[in-house]
Design a protein. Structure first.
Length: 94
């Protein structure tokens, strides 16, 4: 089983990635260039290629240091929505 880390370059995501790699997990770390979470078609395309079952670690987000606005909050919600729409629940291990 593989683990997909979204937001692997941030503080939390990079620490989780390193920990999982040290423990021998198969880790896929998608950059925003490979899987722009704001683009539903890109999210669907990326996860169509990921072997199932999969565990997903969601650490992606627009932080308040980048943009502290209502729009950035809506974009964070959109990222989660696009992920949930792209990956069928029965194919994700909780």
């Amino acid at each position: 089983m593989s683990v997909v880390i979204l937001g692997h370059t941030g503080f939390l995501g990079s620490a989780i990635r390193n920990y999982l790699l040290q423990d021998g997990f198969s880790v896929l770390a998608a950059s925003s260039k490979e899987c722009n979470l704001l683009q539903a078609d890109q999210v669907a395309h990326y996860f169509a290629r990921v072997a199932r079952p999969v565990q997903i670690v969601f650490c992606a987000g627009i932080t308040r240091w980048v943009d502290d606005s209502f729009e950035s909050m809506l974009q964070n919600v959109q990222m989660v929505h696009n992920l949930v729409a792209a990956v069928p629940r029965d194919q994700v291990v909780g």
